[in-house]
Structures are given as structure tokens and as C-alpha cells.
Design a protein around this ligand. Structure first.
Ligand code: C6P
Length: 441
């Protein structure tokens, strides 16, 4: 195991991540990247729970949603207890206070992903809505019959179905970049698939099934060379690694608050300013207008043009608090810690007879480990682990086409966050042996 001792190498690695060129590194086991996990865990009351007659909860379903620290819960409570009012509508004290808190949350997100301006940060309900927003507005005004949209075979349904709807309506065509045996994108194929017909490349930054970290910057360069725009599904990356939208040079980027210590009901769409300016609105109603007459309307400035109606104010403020919390820990350290967990999980699970792990070796993946155990149905694996206090996800992970390519209908998946420990991995590995015994394998 390679140990990276020098800070410069650690920093070079982090810079590479932020620019979308992950450097393959075996281990980042340096003191500089050790988090004080036990003190961080104290911020999450739920992690102290015991379930099923006193089994300590081991929460390994973080790709589905993460737990919330007290600071996020308190920020939302405080808004409801002290500042509750509608935003952008009142001239009274509370409304101005709520407006400032809500707008500040947009500014925090902008800094978090290094956007030039908070005007490029649109609050939506989640990643799914962010992608649909682009499909309905940019897509319906730019995609025509004969055009092509390039996706990859590892996309979540959220980054597939909106494009199916769009191409069915417009007569455009979907094309797919494949993966190799290790679960990495076939980058040689990228140049064959891209042409002047390609209008959009929509790609996940990190696969929610394989954990693969995709080389976004390389994809953006190639797509821009043929005049295509790029949308990055950052649902599984923004919570786990540093994002720099200017470094990546992507045109759109989408993620969800609930997967990064924030509340449900709030998500983000980042877009390049010129694209957002010329895009028609998504939903019509209050707050998204500048003026309205009986026959027509003009639009509010960004980002409010895309935030029709009373927004999710408390959730937006909660997301801002989550971003403060993650920023204080450091996104680079979070990713390094999760890679350590992924390495250790591979080590422990590889030693179990009958385990098949899907996706790349940990050198090119985040904290997601998807596996099968003998011929035990993944739902039985998950139910067995649940009895031991362990929460994982089993099923198709909203990626049915990828399951087809992997030659299965369902898998089991453990997914980590910075509050998970090597001991959690030990509990998982030991419990998998018990599940095997129970099913007599
Ligand atoms: N994946 C999982 O368990 P929403 O539901 O809109 O917050 O996120 C959708 C989404 C989009 N892209 C990727 C890569 C995702 O992983 C997800 C959500 C969860 O894998 C729930 S299905």
C-alpha cells in the first residue's frame, strides 16, 4: 500500500479532483487527511441510536441520503422559531431577515462549487428536478430532430428519463458511452460518438452503483470541441469531493441537499450565466416575474426567474448550514477518508468467499461498494444485515440499464460518508459472514 506522506502530493491530488482529473493514487493514508471522526459523529444524534434490541446503528446507505448534523437541524428550527416569513415579498423585518438568510444560502452554494456568482445558483427540489429543468427549458428550445444527446450507460434514471422524454418529443436521438470491464468509461469511444450532431453530453460525475469517478474535464473538453454543452450529475460527487465548476468548465451541474447533510426538498442547479439568461422559465407563477399584464409577462433576474412560487425557505437555509458544516471539515479530507473506507471495505470483503464486488478498484472510486454474495438475493442480504443494525441499500439503485449491462437485476450496496469508521466496515464484513451462514452458503 502506497502511503502518501507529503502534503504537496495530497494537495496535488485535491487539485486534480477539483478539476475533474482524478489522479489514480493507491492510498491517502497520511496524517493530514485523518478526520477526527469520533468527534464529528457527536454532531449526529441519530448515529448514537440502537435498533433491533440494542444493536448500534451502522448507517451505510449514504448514497441514498445522509444524516443531518445538529447545526443543520438547529438552523431550520431557528428560522421557524425566530425568522419565519415569506421571502422577496414583504418590506417588514421578518421578511427581510428571511430573504437575507435564503439569499445567503445561494451565496454559500456558489462559493462551495466556485461559481462566479450566486445568480448562477438555482434552488430546486433535488437533482432530479434540476435535470428536468434543463431538459424542459434549454432542451425544448435547443434540441431538434436529428440532434443527438450523449449519455453514459451508468446514468441514474434521473439523468436518463428526462432525456428520453425530450428525444421522444423532438425526434432527437440518445447515444450511450459504454463502460469497460472495470466499470470505467470507455474514453476512446467518446471521440467516435461525439459529432456536430451532439448537442448535449449529460454524465454523472460519480456513479451511484459503481462508485467510478469520471474524468469530467476531459469529457467537457471533447464535448466543447464539437460545440456540445455538458450537464454534470453531481448528486454523488458534490457531497463527497471538492467541486470547481469553473475548473470543470461544465455548462450545467446538478445536486441534492439531502445527500450532503442538508434537508430533503432542496436541490441545486448551477448553469453558465449566458445559458441561464437565454433559457425560457421552467414554471410560471409568483416571484419568477418582473411584470405581468393580462396577455404576457417579463421575467425576474437570475436565479429567481427559475424559482416560481414560495420556495423551500427553511430547506434552503438548512442547505446553507450544511455547506458551512462541510466546508469547515474540508471536502478534500472527506473524500480522502471515504477512499480509505473504500480500500478497507475491498480488503475485508474480498476475503469473503462468494463475494463479487462491482466497479473499479478503489484507486478510481469514491465511497460506494456494490456487491453480490453467493446467490443470496440482495434483499435478503439487506434484511439480514438490518437485523445486525446495518443499513445498506439493495435493488437496482435507480439504474436499471446499468444492471442489465452488469448482468444482474439487483445488487447490495454499502455507501459511506465521513462519519463512517473502519469499525463500521468490520461490523459489515462480520455480519456478511453471518448472513452466509444463515443461508447455508
Ligand atoms: N440516488 C441512490 O440511492 P434525487 O432523488 O433527485 O435527490 O437524486 C437523484 C439522483 C441522481 N443522480 C444520481 C447519480 C443519484 O445517485 C441520484 C439518487 C439515490 O443511489 C436514490 S435513488
Amino acid at each position: 500500500m502506497l502511503q502518501i506522506q507529503r502534503m504537496e502530493e495530497h494537495e496535488a491530488f485535491l487539485a486534480s479532483l477539483a478539476n475533474g482529473h482524478p489522479i489514480p493514487i493507491a492510498h491517502l493514508n497520511c496524517d493530514a487527511c485523518r478526520l477526527n471522526v469520533s468527534s464529528l459523529r457527536e454532531h449526529f444524534p441519530i448515529l448514537a441510536r440502537q435498533i433491533h434490541d440494542g444493536k448500534p446503528l451502522v448507517y451505510l446507505d449514504n448514497a441514498a441520503t445522509t444524516q443531518k448534523p445538529v447545526s443543520v437541524i438547529e438552523a431550520m428550527n431557528q428560522y421557524y422559531r425566530e425568522s419565519n416569513a415569506n421571502v422577496h415579498r414583504g418590506v417588514h423585518y421578518l421578511s427581510e431577515e428571511a430573504t437575507r438568510l435564503y439569499e445567503d444560502a445561494h451565496k454559500k452554494v456558489a462559493r462551495f462549487i466556485n461559481a462566479k456568482s450566486f445568480r448562477q445558483i438555482i434552488f430546486t427540489r433535488n437533482t432530479t428536478e434540476s435535470i428536468n429543468l434543463v431538459a424542459y427549458t434549454w432542451g425544448r428550445s435547443h434540441i431538434r430532430e436529428g440532434d443527438e444527446i450523449l449519455l453514459t450507460v451508468m446514468e441514474h434514471h434521473s439523468n436518463l428519463v428526462p432525456w428520453q422524454l425530450l428525444t421522444q418529443q423532438t425526434g432527437a436521438k440518445l447515444r450511450f458511452l459504454e463502460i469497460d470491464e472495470e466499470g470505467l468509461l470507455c474514453m476512446d469511444q467518446l471521440h467516435e460518438l461525439l459529432s456536430e450532431r451532439t448537442k448535449l453530453v449529460a454524465v454523472t460525475h460519480v456513479s451511484n452503483v459503481l462508485g467510478t469517478v469520471n474524468p469530467i474535464h476531459e469529457i467537457v473538453e471533447a464535448a466543447h470541441a464539437v460545440g456540445a454543452k455538458v450537464l454534470v450529475d453531481a448528486a454523488q460527487s458534490a457531497p463527497h469531493l471538492p467541486i470547481n465548476v469553473q475548473g470543470l468548465d461544465c455548462d450545467f451541474l446538478a445536486f441534492s441537499g439531502h445527500k450532503m447533510c442538508g434537508p430533503t426538498g432542496i436541490g441545486v442547479l448551477y448553469g453558465k450565466r449566458d445559458l441561464l439568461e437565454e433559457m425560457p422559465p421552467f414554471l410560471g407563477g409568483g416571484d419568477m416575474i418582473r411584470s405581468v399584464s393580462f396577455q404576457e409577462s417579463t421575467w425576474n433576474s437570475l436565479p429567481w426567474k427559475f424559482e416560481a412560487g414560495t420556495p423551500a425557505i427553511a430547506e434552503g437555509i438548512g442547505l446553507g448550514a450544511a455547506i458551512d458544516y462541510l466546508t469547515e471539515i474540508g471536502m478534500g479530507l472527506i473524500f480522502a477518508h471515504e477512499r480509505e473506507l473504500a480500500y478497507y471495505t475491498h480488503e475485508r470483503l474480498d476475503a469473503i468467499d462468494g463475494i463479487r464486488i462491482y466497479g473499479p478498484k478503489p484507486r478510481l472510486k469514491g465511497g460506494v461498494v456494490t456487491f453480490d454474495l453467493c446467490d443470496i438475493h440482495p434483499h435478503d442480504i439487506a434484511a439480514g444485515l438490518d437485523q445486525e443494525g446495518i443499513a445498506i441499500r439493495a435493488g437496482h439503485h435507480c439504474a436499471q440499464p446499468l444492471m442489465q449491462i452488469l448482468g444482474t437485476r439487483a445488487t447490495a450496496r454499502a455507501s459511506f460518508y465521513f462519519y463512517n469508521t473502519l469499525e463500521d466496515v468490520d461490523v459489515l464484513a462480520d455480519a456478511l459472514e453471518k448472513v452466509k451462514k444463515f443461508f447455508r452458503r
